[in-house]
Design a protein around this ligand. Structure first.
Ligand code: ADP
Ligand code: ZN
Length: 727
């Protein structure tokens, strides 16, 4: 932040959170007041004055300003970055405003009649307008023009002559298409487990328990959403407001419909597809107390409610709650902080809680509430493993689909049930290799191979987005003998349509959904309406969906992701398997899941098979303890990026030497070393890892170093507190 003098005339109106105009490096800019102080470190003659207040602008509420301050300190970013994350551009930028609509009426009946009588003949157009308005109608401009044939200039001149008046009203832009229909979602009769959970949450509401966070660990289809909704009802009953966070990927029509179906126009939905104007309006509705519930992805956490009672974080383990640019905050953790600061209850819900949250619950920092059974006594899906190593030994033909999986898919289609086939890898093949000379197509700017997309006949880099035409022959030796390996969803879709030509197959991944705003919704509707037999997809289809007719989920290769150089690889695999498996058997027929893997003995797979979260947690935690990884310790990473490898490494070493004295003696330091993705977009990447406790002094020094130290001209640095991404 920067210091400015408050001129006397502005003194009464300047408070924290107010938007002001300032002169910054010679140009007029908008800025927010983040604090008031009596003195400044700068010499007084060098300080400039605040030039004015942006009157029309909403002030940042005090509660959010306090939260921004905490974010900037904890996540080592500037207050400016934190405020940017907090307020949508539409609100702080000043470019978008209220939309208004005008209605017209005569000013006085007498004047209007007089005009018609005296001048009507000469002015037929004006006469028509006045006669129309004299009927007592209060039309919009559009209607007025249509009914009387009047032009804009006729209307303007009538206003000028004081014969008619224009009444401008603020209106809100509609987020939903006009034909959107929402069916009422009536409260369910709660199961015993749900009842217990709701009761516990109510006790937290009433302040009977000295904690404010509830971890709701409920297996898939145990009815967590119903628990959230009843907690929200309770919150509304006490006159307070609620925020519901869902991962962007799960912000499907299905989730939205549920909340709107229950709470109607008390709900504001914040998703990435909103236009700037819509975003502005939704923010204003919340700010002005016109809605009571905000549902949205990560940034909905900053909904400007003034009397917040509850924050729900659904699928709290999700990676996408962590923002991957500065400020690198984790919305789940900030939710816990906001709840604490504003005395609101926080519910973290998941079928596979993050180890961080579960260990907090076991230590008594959070209250644990468990739903072990699916609603309506439905059984957990029956998970079976197909050992692909054995499969490879006995058969050569279907290396990608085991015979068992093919057999079951056919069976389901014959029975008119639905199938989900999951593979967390898009494209056709992840490697293109010349069989003759061994050439592998690699991105020239990144340290990964290209992925081949057959339909688009191209090679793409999934790191930098580079795209080029696929080679028909090897660019090195000219041979045409090219091998594609590493299956992706596109190939799965192709193969399935060969095996089952009569089946209706759809693929859903970020390639097929690219740039098509409503396709998502369309495919989900089709699938729910039974118009698709097999849905193939990546993790897009793994989350939060509730399709009762799905009775088989096939996981093509459970090992994708298992061998990543990341200590959470196992945890992520367990989560993903459990979540995907959870899509099966949500109706009356028991669901089945077939997991193909080359690592059938792996604990992540074995425990997922048995639906044993706690068993997995215990075993995996032993490793975390031994290896000193979160949640047993805190973790901070620092990344360095530069075009010259030596220079980058050298700078990383110097950086560490400056920081090292601030690291507590119990903190382990690893690196600087090349990051697993050692090159992206022609930049070499180095990383340092800090693991241990306590981190506070180190964090302060890091923040200072990153925000205030002189920047290297060729190497950029960023730090990631509680890093989720180790690549
Ligand atoms: P989860 O989020 O735990 O996976 P959902 O909230 O999606 O589970 O619930 C699964 C299904 O069960 C939904 O269709 C929901 O409407 C229904 N449901 C929830 N609670 C009950 C209940 N008490 N009785 C009957 N059905 C319920
Ligand atoms: Zn690349």
């Amino acid at each position: 932040h920067f210091d400015y003098i408050i001129p006397d005339e502005l003194l009464p109106d300047i408070r924290s959170g107010v938007q002001v105009f300032i002169n910054f490096k010679g140009s007029r800019r908008r800025a927010y007041v983040v604090g008031l102080t009596e003195s400044s470190d700068y010499p007084e003659d060098k300080l400039k004055k605040i030039e004015g207040i942006c009157e029309k602008h909403p002030k940042i509420p005090d509660n959010l300003l306090a939260l921004a301050k905490w974010i900037s300190e904890y996540y080592c970013c500037s207050q400016e970055q934190a405020v940017r994350a907090l307020l949508p551009l539409a609100v702080r930028g000043g470019k978008v405003g209220h939309k208004t609509i005008s209605h017209y009426s005569v000013k006085t009946v007498e004047d209007a009649q007089k005009f018609i009588f005296e001048k009507g003949k000469k002015n037929p157009a004006k006469k028509a307008v006045l006669e129309y308005l004299l009927k007592g109608i209060f039309p919009s401009k559009e209607v007025l023009k249509h009914e009387t044939g009047a032009s804009d200039s006729i209307i303007r001149s009538l206003i000028k002559e004081n014969l008619i008046i224009e009444d401008k009203r603020k209106i809100f832009r509609s987020v939903f298409s006009e034909d959107a229909v929402f069916l009422a979602v009536i409260p369910h009769e709660l199961t015993e487990e749900q009842k217990k959970s709701v009761k516990l949450i109510n006790q937290v509401f009433e302040g009977k328990i000295n904690r404010h966070v509830v971890l709701l660990h409920g297996v898939t289809a145990s009815g967590k959403t119903e628990v959230y909704m009843q907690a929200i009802q309770k919150c509304l009953d006490t006159g307070k407001e609620a925020i519901v966070l869902v991962p962007e990927i799960a912000l499907t029509p299905q989730t939205v419909e549920r909340f709107i179906g229950r709470f109607g126009n008390l709900v504001s939905v914040l998703h990435s597809g909103l236009s700037e104007g819509e975003r502005y309006d939704e923010w204003m509705k919340i700010y002005n107390g016109l809605v009571k519930i905000a549902v949205g992805a990560r940034s909905a956490l900053f909904a400007p409610f003034k009397n917040l009672g509850l924050i729900v974080v659904d699928e709290e383990h999700e990676n996408s709650y962590k923002q991957d640019e500065a400020p690198r905050y984790n919305a789940r953790d900030v939710a816990v902080m906001r709840g604490f600061m504003e005395k609101a209850v926080v519910i973290l819900g998941s079928a596979t809680p993050s180890f961080e949250s579960y260990s907090n619950a076991l230590q008594g920092k959070y209250i644990l509430s468990t739903l072990n059974k699916r609603v309506d006594n439905r059984l957990m899906p029956d998970i079976k493993v197909v050992d692909m190593k054995v499969e490879m030994l006995t058969k050569e033909k279907h290396l990608i689909f085991s015979e068992e999986l093919l057999y079951r898919i056919k069976d389901r289609i014959d029975k008119r049930e639905q199938v989900i086939i999951f593979l967390n890898r898009r494209g056709f093949a992840t490697q293109m290799m010349c069989k003759h000379c061994g050439f592998v197509a690699k991105c020239s700017q990144c340290s990964v191979s290209y992925t081949y997309h057959k339909q688009r006949a191209c090679l793409t880099c999934h790191l930098c987005g580079a795209i080029l035409q696929a080679y028909l022959k090897c660019p090195e030796c000219g041979a045409t003998d090219i091998r594609f390996s590493g299956t992706g969803t596109e190939k799965i879709e192709n193969m399935l349509s060969e095996f089952f030509p009569y089946a209706r197959i759809k693929r859903m991944d970020s390639d097929t959904m690219r740039g098509q705003k409503n396709l998502y919704e369309k495919v989900f509707r089709e699938f729910r309406g039974g118009k698709i037999d097999i849905l193939v997809g990546t993790q897009i289809i793994a989350k939060g969906l509730d399709f009762p007719k799905v009775t088989l989920v096939g996981i093509i290769n459970a090992d994708v992701g298992l061998h990543m150089p990341d200590f959470r690889a196992s945890e992520r695999t367990f989560q993903l398997l459990t979540q995907v498996a959870g899509r099966s058997g949500r109706g009356d027929t028991r669901g089945e899941v077939l997991v193909q893997t080359f690592s059938s003995g792996n604990p992540a797979i074995q425990y997922a098979l048995r639906h044993d979260y706690i068993g997995f947690y215990k075993e995996e935690m032993e490793i975390r303890k031994l290896m000193k990884y979160p949640p047993c310790v805190h973790l901070i990473t620092v990344f360095f990026k530069g075009t010259d490898e030596n220079e980058t490494a050298k700078f990383a070493n110097q950086f560490l030497e400056r920081i090292r004295p601030s690291a507590h003696k119990d903190i382990l330091i690893a690196g600087p070393a090349p990051a697993p993705l050692s090159k992206i977009k022609n930049k070499f990447r180095y990383m340092i890892l800090f693991r241990g406790w306590p981190m506070k002094t180190l964090r302060n020094t890091l923040r200072n170093e990153i925000l205030h130290a002189k920047k290297h001209k060729n190497v950029s640095v960023y730090t990631d507190i509680d890093a989720q991404n180790m690549l």
